[in-house]
Design a protein around this ligand. Structure first.
Ligand SMILES: [Zn+2]
Length: 297
């Protein structure tokens, strides 16, 4: 388990899954260009691409952030025992995620804040767990911060059209029980979580997607959720992901993210990059370059 330090803040990666995607590159990325992949093969294998399968490798993890007195969990993976007929990688999982969280030093009752960058199934799953046949919040003492725009989009009570999309099941079992328990806080662009952590709108992958920016003792980091999925997109920011709800907005948010990282020296903490999972972004001829930054084991 690796940890990164930003000033007085520590960030630990808690893994749920790491492996090849279940779809070909041509489907995973909209606008995929094979020559870009081939140009970068020398660093892509084995952590970001499997030549044997011709599939990209992606991670699904949470970031455990310790900032001052607060213990924060950012994005909560797929969760266990959830019905996800539209996405086999997240259907009826049974992973030791909570044991790994404990191994990182946090029991569920220790979590003060849960931050979800957006409300897709692989970012809200551990918000809840099954107890006596009911979905209950996994983190009993936490406030959960959700994007107000995403909440309005995925909740069929607010957006009846969503009833036709099976993905609203993730809202029903992983967000609604938190709202009903009174633990949810709906937030907008510019919301300050603490004096170090703030929420910024980055729409496209979902309508209300947000990133969380950290500024601490002159150092910066950004927890970018699914604004970018794969390190190869640093070299092809115009490639969208198959699940980007609003592709044109997604591409704008991705480029803005990379630009801000390169300009401000913000360390990038994505949710799906392969090992070592964290990167610095630099300006390069014609665009950007990735420089991976391993954590301390
Ligand atoms: Zn995701």
């Amino acid at each position: 388990m690796a940890t990164w330090t930003i000033g007085s803040v520590t960030v630990t990666r808690v893994e749920e899954q790491l492996g090849i995607t279940h779809v070909p590159c041509e489907k995973y990325f909209r606008g995929f260009e094979r020559d870009v992949l081939e140009r970068h093969l020398h660093w892509l294998a084995p952590d970001h691409y499997s030549p044997q399968h011709d599939r990209v490798i992606t991670s699904v993890h949470s970031w455990l952030i310790r900032a001052g007195d607060l213990t924060i969990l950012l994005d909560t993976c797929g969760g266990n025992h959830k019905e996800r007929p539209w996405t086999p990688r997240f259907h009826q999982l049974d992973t030791p995620f909570l044991q790994r969280l404990r191994a990182a030093g946090a029991a569920p009752e220790d979590i003060d804040l849960v931050l979800c960058t957006h409300l897709h199934a692989d970012h809200v799953g551990w918000n809840t767990m099954l107890r006596d046949g009911r979905w209950v919040p996994t983190f009993p003492n936490a406030k959960y911060l959700f994007s107000r725009t995403d909440d309005a989009y995925w909740d069929v009570r607010k957006n009846p059209a969503m009833a036709n999309d099976p993905r609203h099941m993730a809202y029903e079992d992983s967000v609604l029980p938190v709202v009903q328990s009174g633990q949810a806080v709906l937030v907008d662009d510019g919301y300050n979580v603490t004096n170090q952590l703030s929420i910024e709108a980055a729409p496209g992958h979902s309508p209300g997607h947000v990133v969380v920016r950290l500024a601490e003792q002159g150092r910066r980091a950004v927890f970018c959720g699914d604004v970018i999925h794969h390190a190869l997109q640093v070299y092809a920011p115009h490639w969208n992901h198959m699940a980007d709800e609003r592709p044109a907005d997604a591409a704008v948010s991705r480029r803005r993210l990379l630009e801000s990282c390169a300009e401000q020296g913000s360390l990038l903490f994505p949710i799906h990059f392969g090992a070592p999972h964290v990167a610095a972004i630099e300006h390069a001829t014609g665009g950007f370059a990735v420089k991976f930054v391993p954590g301390v084991p």
